[in-house]
Design a protein. Sequence first.
Length: 187
Amino acid sequence: MKLPSMTLLWLILTLTGCGVQLEGSVANQRQQLRSMEADSLSKLYLENPTAKSRVQQAAGYAVFDASGGQILWGGLDHGNGVAVDNRSGKRTYMKMFELQPGLGFGYTNFRLVFVFDTVSAMEDFVGSGWEFGGRASAAAKGQSEGGAAAAGVNVAPGINVYQLTQQGALIGLSVTGAKYWRNDDLN
């Protein structure tokens, strides 16, 4: 029996799930995201020491834990995160979803760290949250080994992104459309 590609993708995502599974009370879910944020920043600073001063000097930053996959002609990513205003310390809890029309195959769990150089870039991201772009991926990483770049990439004026691959393997080329939005249940 031959399964359609999107059915296979759904099975991969169902079996592997998203990195941070938010459970429990609102306070517990917020704590899970704060722990993921701290863990992600620690890993980023180990892999790219110059990122620490960049994050600290920025207007703000956002950290997302996401997972997804791609099978043949398309894929998707989904996840949760938090945006932090460095001036006020205010946290905005968010969700993300990304469609990836394009050629590829695989699954990966990854963390994204957005660094906002300006207040307006951060406010636009938190307020409207759209990101469009192209992406070429090649990552392979197990629980404790593998290689995935942690270099910051400028994705829009005043916004740089670092990607940390947690686990999985993905090879592909896609034009992505991502949406980041406020998590009304946690804000």
